[in-house]
Design a binder for this molecule. Structure first.
Ligand SMILES: NC(=O)c1ccc[n+]([C@@H]2O[C@H](COP(=O)([O-])OP(=O)(O)OC[C@H]3O[C@@H](n4cnc5c(N)ncnc54)[C@H](O)[C@@H]3O)[C@@H](O)[C@H]2O)c1
Length: 464
């Protein structure tokens, strides 16, 4: 049972192949993996694209032998079995790709799950291609992974008010204080870890679309435990994507970040080269690649590269630049900006949610397999200007620009694609967020505890 597109020889590599060269082979063969075999085609190991991307993120030398990362006791299928049983075994194994081996353990064929999915869905009476391409409208059911987070809670509230059924999968890394938001019949909450395949499988059951926001967010938080970050921010995303394909969930929205552009002097659009300067951004890029390489005709993922978010949420974050500087201005009457000339794009948290909803509302032929920067070209600011805006709304604030301590990241982003294709533009700007914090702090006496760890992702990971 070979795939329609490729020959077995395109999937076999020698143990002397480098990690770098095996990436090229996988990119060309389109089945997301390779079998490592000796000269007689005896199976020595299997390497999937997820193994390679994880190795790249963990700074493995791409010139090292692929043997250093292959699974040397891989799952395989016995060639003595009839075709129908081989297929059943692959489906039960939860793998995407499996070698078929003879008694001498030589690889003589392979099975790729994508090739047998249509047949499988037909057998199980899963609705066919007719359902493809439609918008996801209320009362459709949306799974929001990370739905208890800063963006997640605002999104869940909006989806619920619009009449969607919402399921949340979240580990509640930042505490249980948000649980009261889910006391509603149309909001289902699962406390669980999206790295766990069984948890994810159950969470995906019966949903029409997935919005994936469940990660370790921000450069400092990601650098505390790099292995944990890679497992959460890359490996889990990769597995969730594959699980969506297996469960015939075709609409998948991934929250990436404009930080993939890193340091870049020109105005950047979706086709510009990426230039990540942190593990957080590198995980975003590898996740994007994994999602977009999941080529299956029903699967229509959308990547949204979010500008830096600001504004109020039921799970407040004060580790985001606008929110942080505003609360500092309110509490301490003094703010410091490092550098000041760097460009950054910003977006209000409500507008992020409007953008996600605009994607759900669009037919998949418009948004499927697409990358969009999510923001508004008018909302690119130099950081010194952000300081000035905050100062103008918080009387008595002293603004200090520290030119010697520069944060290198600078990028000015074009949001024309999302404007043209989805008619998206931002409703709010930085001043709107600053004013809402001023009101909350001064009139309602809120956020006096803004230094508490629940508001700062990195502090929640630090022991003590
Ligand atoms: N806030 C921003 O400025 C911004 C900018 C660009 C992209 N993004 C992206 O948007 C998404 C949401 O960001 P946010 O600001 O809401 O962050 P957040 O930290 O407030 O939310 C993340 C949520 O994911 C949950 N989570 C983490 N690991 C999990 C796991 N293994 N299983 C289940 N749940 C898990 C956390 O408990 C948390 O509730 C992230 O993917 C982030 O990278 C955010």
């Amino acid at each position: 049972m070979s795939t329609k597109y490729k020959n077995l020889s395109d999937i076999i590599i020698s143990p002397n192949t480098t990690i770098g060269n095996s990436v090229e082979t996988i990119n060309k063969n389109g089945v997301r993996g390779v079998f490592v075999c000796d000269e007689d085609r005896e199976l020595l190991g299997v390497v999937m694209d997820s193994d390679i991307r994880r190795a790249i993120l963990s700074n493995f030398d791409v010139n090292a032998s692929v043997k250093t990362i292959m699974k040397d006791t891989p799952f395989f299928i016995d060639s003595n079995l009839p075709l129908s049983e081989r297929k059943e075994l692959l489906i039960k194994s939860n793998k995407m790709l499996a070698p078929v081996v003879d008694v001498q353990k030589r690889v003589i064929d392979f099975i790729y799950l994508v090739d047998i999915l249509e047949e499988l869905f037909e057998k199980r009476n899963v609705p066919g291609a007719d359902g493809e391409g439609k918008s996801i409208l209320p009362p459709g059911k949306v799974l929001v992974i990370g739905g208890a987070g800063y963006i997640g809670l605002v999104l869940v509230d909006k989806l619920h008010r619009m009449g969607y059924k919402v399921r949340i999968l979240d580990l509640l890394l930042y505490g249980e204080g948000v649980l009261h938001n889910f006391q509603n019949d149309n909001i289902e909450f699962i406390r669980g870890d999206c790295r766990d395949e069984e948890t994810t499988r159950l969470a995906l059951e019966g949903v029409d679309a997935v919005v994936h926001l469940g990660e370790i967010v921000g450069d400092p938080a990601c650098s505390i435990n790099e292995d944990f970050t890679i497992e959460t921010n890359y490996m889990a995303t990769h597995k969730i994507t594959e699980q969506c394909v297996k469960q015939n969930i075709n609409r998948f929205i991934f929250a990436s970040s404009c930080s993939v552009y890193g340091q870049n002097d020109k105005e950047i659009d979706e086709n510009s080269e990426t230039n990540p300067v942190s593990l957080y951004a590198r995980c975003k890029i590898e996740s994007e690649k994994a999602i977009l390489s999941c080529v299956y005709n029903r699967f229509s993922p959308t990547i949204l590269r979010l500008a830096t978010v600001h504004g109020m949420s039921q799970r407040q974050r004060f580790d985001l630049v606008v929110n942080f500087l505003t609360i500092k201005a309110l509490a301490e009457k003094k703010i410091q900006v490092f550098g000041g000339s760097q460009w950054r794009p910003f977006i209000h948290v409500d507008d992020v949610c409007h953008g996600i909803i605009a994607v759900l509302h669009s037919e998949s032929k418009k948004v499927g397999n697409q990358v969009f920067n999510l923001g508004d070209s008018r909302e690119n600011y130099q950081l010194a200007r952000v300081g000035e805006i905050i100062k103008s709304h918080v009387s008595g604030t002293e603004l200090e620009i520290l030119e010697d301590k520069v944060d290198e990241r600078s990028y000015r982003v074009s949001f024309e694609k999302i404007k043209q294709r989805l008619d998206f533009s931002a409703e709010y700007n930085i001043s709107d967020s600053v004013k809402s914090f001023v009101h909350a702090y001064q009139e309602k006496n809120q956020f006096r505890d803004y230094k508490d760890k629940e508001y700062h992702n990195v502090l929640s990971f630090k022991v003590g």
